[in-house]
Every structure is written in C-alpha cells, then in structure tokens.
Design a protein around this ligand. Structure first.
Ligand SMILES: C[S@@+](CC[C@H](N)C(=O)[O-])C[C@H]1O[C@@H](n2cnc3c(N)ncnc32)[C@H](O)[C@@H]1O
Length: 225
C-alpha cells in the first residue's frame, strides 16, 4: 500500500495511507493527539492512582510516538514503566528517519533512535526506568491475562479496520488488563463504546484532542470485573 508523509496541524509528521485516506495520527496534530489521549488521559490518570510501576500494552506500535512520549515521561518523573508494543507491520527505518518528533519535543533523539534500533521480541532496558518489548504480532493473536495496568488502543479507525474494534478484540483487551486497569483510545464512536460496555468495561467519554469532540476511556473494575 502506498505511504506518504503528512505534516499535521502541530507541525509533527505522520504517515498517510492514500488508498484508505487514513493516517497513523490525527491530521490536527500527531503529537497533540498522542499527548492528550494516551499521556494525559492514560498515563497521568494511572500515575494519579496508587500504582508506582506501570505496565503498558500498546496496540499498534507504528511510529513509536506513544512509546517515545511515555519514555520521556518516565525519565522526567523517574517512575518505572514496562512497555509492550504490538505491531504486525513494522514501520521501516527509512520512514522513521523522516519523523520530526525529537526535534519538536526538544530532545536529542537518542532515545527515539534506541527505541527503533532494538530488536523485536526481546525485552530491553532502554533506561533504568523503562523496559520495552516490541512484539511483531497480529492484534487478533493477543491472549494475555491480567498483565497490564494500561492499554493504549491505537489501531487504525473502525471505518477502515472494523475487524479490530469488535467484541472479540475488546474481550481480549479486558482480559489482558489487571483489576483497575484502563484502556484509552482516540475513537468515540457509539458502536465502539457499546462493544466495550458489553465485555464489562465502564466507559467514560472525555473531551477529545484537537479537532475531535470526544475520546473514550474504558475502566476495568477493582474486582477484575
Ligand atoms: C493508527 S496506526 C498506529 C499509530 C502508532 N501508535 C503511532 O503512534 O505511530 C495503527 C497501527 O496498527 C498496525 N496494525 C494494523 N492492523 C494490525 C493488526 N491486525 N495487528 C497488529 N497491528 C496492526 C498498523 O501497522 C499501524 O502501525
């Protein structure tokens, strides 16, 4: 499938798939969206509760932007994160070098490079605070049980990949979370919210990132139900 680079509303670059008219991030701002949806409404929310060490599952590792932002936060806060990124179709190195995230985040880029340099399938300490495991796997194959505190659900949208927003996938997400775990996603579609509720999540609608009215946060109960 043809892939192009697109400068989004906040100046950060994303990958655009013309055939699907879909991109890896919001056109209104790739960094702005990632910070709002995953960091502020996901990671900060988890840090606000009692948990000191957080294990994160990312569905759709893609450019590694969410991982990179989480790593920078872990360094700032000196808090430990164990991060698992799932991706069936890894972004190529030549594409990664076109992304301007370190520059816009005022960072040397060393950590962003390290994220992409490390091999797949091997848990690696990127810093003393951050362990990363990149797994090349289809979402449909996830069968983790009570392993994560937080899920970043960042698949392509339900318009282009409806099979990834189904009861079966959200049941596997629910199962993968520990009690009190949360899942955040940029989508606010009614169908998505209902399917999350069906598998047992309590779902909150929150103000969305630039250009979007709402996003969703799904919470698993403290009894694991
Ligand atoms: C919206 S993009 C990811 C954005 C990513 N979080 C980022 O910050 O770049 C969705 C990602 O899901 C991956 N993907 C699509 N279908 C998949 C599947 N069935 N299993 C695993 N990964 C899939 C795509 O290759 C793409 O990298």
């Amino acid at each position: 499938m043809k892939r192009e680079f697109l400068r989004t509303g906040d100046g950060s670059i994303t990958i655009h798939l013309p055939e699907w008219n879909e991109q890896y991030h919001s056109r209104h701002g790739a960094i702005a969206e990632a910070v709002h949806v995953f960091i502020k409404n996901g990671l900060y929310e988890k840090w606000a509760s009692e948990e000191k060490e957080i294990s994160i599952l990312e569905m759709g590792f893609g450019t590694g932007l969410n991982c990179y932002l989480s790593l920078l936060e872990a360094e700032r806060r000196q808090s430990r994160i164990e991060y698992t990124g799932i991706e069936a179709y890894p972004v190529e190195g030549s594409e990664i070098s076109q992304l301007n995230y370190p520059q816009l985040l005022d960072d040397s880029g060393e950590l962003f490079e390290k994220i992409h340099r490390l091999p797949w399938e091997v848990p690696t300490e990127i810093t003393a605070n951050f362990q990363l495991l990149k797994k090349q796997l289809l979402f449909e194959r996830i069968d983790e049980v009570a392993s994560f505190n937080l899920i970043y659900f960042d698949a392509f949208g339900p318009r282009v990949q409806p099979d990834l927003w189904t009861e079966k996938i959200f049941q596997s997400m629910f199962d993968a979370l520990k009690p009190n775990g949360i899942l955040v996603t940029y989508s606010a579609k009614g169908d998505v919210r209902r399917v999350m509720q069906k598998v047992g999540f309590r779902v909150e609608r929150l103000p969305g990132p630039p250009g979007k009215r709402e996003m969703l946060r799904a919470v698993k109960g403290d009894q694991g139900n």
